[in-house]
Ligand binder design. Structure first.
Ligand code: NDP
Length: 245
């Protein structure tokens, strides 16, 4: 299957490292006209942009609603949006602090709506349609210890995916989510490098392995491409079967 994004302008949030970094590079490889890589830390974005002249860094804190909105508005037309940026703060239920709830919801939920509003409004106005892929998590649909806040934000992302798909479908804008299991990035390693946590999780995953970054990237490329033209409002697990078993 040949997936191409020729003539497409793509925005990937959280592209400074981890999964988003590789998603941005993959869109370039698949022929995208331009890839906007949005993230908070300039040094990370500079490293990514140095790898490809087609990648345009956008350095902004998604936690700042107005600044993020202005930055995304300034990019011009976007055909494909990948809402990948997120933060994880993992505390047990009784240890959760209100500031942590606000911080995590602000990035993982509020900023997804903010960026998507700007991008989707442009798609509607230009009558071009488009594709939006939200990076959710297995934690949206399964109870994981110390994931009460993070899991709630990802459950919200799944709901946002379905509601956006419902409201934007008439404009030929598809909205889907990818829900990975543990991926060995900075975020993944922070929580799961403790064997007391990772061992039982690996035992519960039927394939007995975590997801590679590439596994997530491939699912994103498919859902964002016209090969998935009839796929809409799904939350696609990339979890080795964890959620189903
Ligand atoms: P990383 O922590 O490795 O990377 C997150 C990226 O998001 C970084 O580039 C970071 O910016 C950016 N980001 C965070 N906060 C902001 C902000 N306020 N403004 C702008 N950019 C911001 O995470 P992963 O690559 O592991 O995660 C990517 C996605 O996958 C997330 O949605 C995550 O929830 C999801 N996921 C991850 C799993 C895992 O095990 N890793 C499992 C399931 C889902 P900066 O470069 O400045 O740090």
């Amino acid at each position: 299957m040949n997936i191409t994004f020729e003539n497409k302008r793509v925005l990937v949030t959280g592209a400074g490292k981890g999964i988003g970094y590789d998603i941005a590079k993959a869109f370039v490889k698949c022929g995208a006209e331009k890839v906007f890589a949005l993230s908070k830390t300039k040094a990370n974005l500079d490293k990514l942009a140095a790898e490809s002249p087609l990648i345009v860094p956008v350095c902004v804190d998604l936690g700042d609603w107005n600044a993020a909105r202005k930055a995304v508005e300034s990019l011009g037309p976007i055909d494909v949006l990948i809402n990948n940026a997120a933060v994880a703060e993992c505390d047990s239920f009784f240890d959760v602090k209100p500031e942590s709830i606000d911080r995590v919801f602000n990035i993982n939920v509020k900023s997804v709506i903010n960026v998507s509003q700007v991008v989707a409004a442009g798609m509607v106005q230009r009558k071009t349609g488009g594709a939006i892929v939200n990076i959710s998590s297995q934690a949206a649909q399964a109870a994981l210890a110390d994931h009460v806040v993070y899991g709630a934000t990802k459950a919200a992302v799944d709901s946002i995916t379905r509601c956006m798909a419902l409201e934007l479908g008439e404009h030929n804008i598809r909205v889907n989510s990818v829900n990975p299991t543990v991926v060995w990035t900075e975020m993944g390693a922070k929580h799961w490098s403790d064997e007391k946590r990772s061992k039982p999780m690996l035992e519960k995953i039927p394939l007995h392995k975590f997801a590679a970054i590439e596994d997530v990237v491939h699912a994103v490329l498919f859902l964002a491409s016209n090969k998935a033209a009839m796929v809409n409002a799904v939350t696609l697990p990339v979890d080795g079967g964890f959620l189903a078993c």
